[in-house]
Design a protein around this ligand. Structure first.
Ligand SMILES: Cc1ncc(COP(=O)(O)O)c(C=O)c1O
Length: 401
């Protein structure tokens, strides 16, 4: 029968406890009130309310009244839809204003908007990964890099090598052996499933030594790290005019920024190159100008409201303090706190147990994470409160010890 493999593959997923299903969230009770300190991180599923510990709305900005108002204003000014690709008539004033805002925020020369972080990553790697006069570009990716970075890299004409997670010694060896004049080191700033940070100083050092470009996917650190939430790239040491090295930053709007879409910040040359050659940019409708307008408002709030980052830190410390010391949690300075369970079925069972306590914690299983490392990925957000955290810790202690 045609495409018989579909059924077979789905059946296999079920036997491996890896079958994935969506959950329909009836309502998110975030920011019901316009007063910042009355936010909540609750969701309603099948008529029952849960505290959501699986959201990427790290700063609790989703549904913020001022962002919603900006969205409406954007609709009134520009319409909801861009109605064309950026190179035709889809590039509106709202897009330009958002790009300018991001450049100023991150102190980067240029910025380009994409419909998602996945697309931005694929576009960058695929468009950059060329073979020029017999010299293949050479990409070096951290083993835990996001699927979209890997997909883009492997779909390109570049040579691709992966180094063990945060193993900069191994990266140094791989770089020394490369003959390519076009090397790119790629890493996430904060790793999505572990919550730990890249070794930025070492990566930057290696990028200088080997004249390699540095690519940072800051999806999980934008908004959360840095004095104005600029992300982990704010911890890079300002380059001293060395034009042979460069860094590129990507971040999605779909997590802490709480809108949708993504940006790539880079130098003018690369910006021009992507506009001319990135098929994902050229042949795709520009992001909604109203969303771009709302995103500017969100970034303004992120810059101004340090209390949201402070709250994530305070609540994260509270969680560690309340958890039984026998529970191993991956050390993290971010919103993400991963508790490794191991087996898929066990992770599913614990997640079900937590549900009975009114806690929503989706288990993360292979292939998203390595075999044997299924986990509970707890995200602590600025709209959680102390009681939420204490309840989570108590329920985890009961389920895991
Ligand atoms: C590290 C990382 N990069 C990129 C993406 C993709 O971003 P988006 O959701 O905007 O497609 C994600 C989202 O899951 C991510 O975790």
């Amino acid at each position: 029968m045609a495409f018989e493999f579909i059924k077979q593959k789905l059946t296999k997923q079920k036997t491996l406890s890896r079958y994935r299903q969506r959950t329909c969230i009836q309502q998110s009770k975030v920011n019901l009130s316009t007063v910042d300190n009355e936010e909540s991180a609750q969701i309603i599923v099948d008529g029952k309310t849960y505290i959501n510990f699986s959201s990427n709305d790290y700063l609790g900005l989703n549904n913020h009244q001022q962002i919603n108002q900006a969205m409406q204003e954007g609709i009134d000014k520009f319409g909801l839809c861009a109605s064309a690709s950026s190179l035709v008539t889809g590039f509106h004033y709202a897009h330009q204003a958002l790009e300018d805002k991001i450049c100023q925020w991150l102190n980067q020369p240029k910025c380009l908007l994409f419909s998602s972080g996945f697309t931005a990553n694929v576009a960058l790697f695929q468009t950059l990964g060329q073979e020029v006069n017999g010299d293949r570009c050479h990409f070096f990716l951290d083993k835990l890099s996001h699927a979209s970075m890997l997909d883009g890299a492997f779909a390109s004409k570049a040579k691709v090598q992966r180094f063990a997670h945060n193993n900069t010694e191994q990266l140094a060896q791989l770089l020394s052996k490369s003959n390519s004049d076009h090397k790119l080191i790629a890493s996430e700033g904060v790793f999505s499933m572990d919550g730990d940070q890249a070794k930025l100083t070492a990566l930057q050092q290696l990028s200088h030594e080997h004249k390699a470009w540095l690519y940072l996917d800051d999806a999980h650190s934008i908004g959360v790290i840095g004095e104005q939430g600029q992300g982990s790239s704010s911890q890079l040491i300002a380059s001293n005019e060395d034009s042979s090295t460069s860094h590129i930053i990507m971040a999605t709007f779909g997590k802490a920024i709480a809108t949708s879409g993504a940006f790539l910040a880079c130098d003018e040359n690369l910006h021009d190159y992507l506009i001319n050659f990135a098929r994902h940019y050229i042949y795709s409708t520009a992001i909604s100008p109203a969303l771009a307008w709302a995103t500017i408002k969100s970034i303004e709030l992120i810059q101004q409201q340090q209390w949201r980052r402070d709250k994530i830190n305070e609540l994260s410390h509270l969680l560690i303090q309340q958890l039984d010391p026998s529970i191993t949690i991956i050390p993290s300075e971010s919103s993400i706190h991963a508790i490794i369970i191991g087996n898929e079925q066990k992770a599913l069972t614990i997640s079900q147990q937590l549900k009975k306590q009114g806690i929503w914690l989706t288990p993360i299983r292979p292939p998203t994470v390595a075999e044997g490392s299924s986990r509970l990925r707890v995200t602590i957000c600025a709209n959680h409160n102390e009681n939420d955290i204490k309840h989570l810790a108590k329920s985890l202690n009961e389920a895991l010890i």
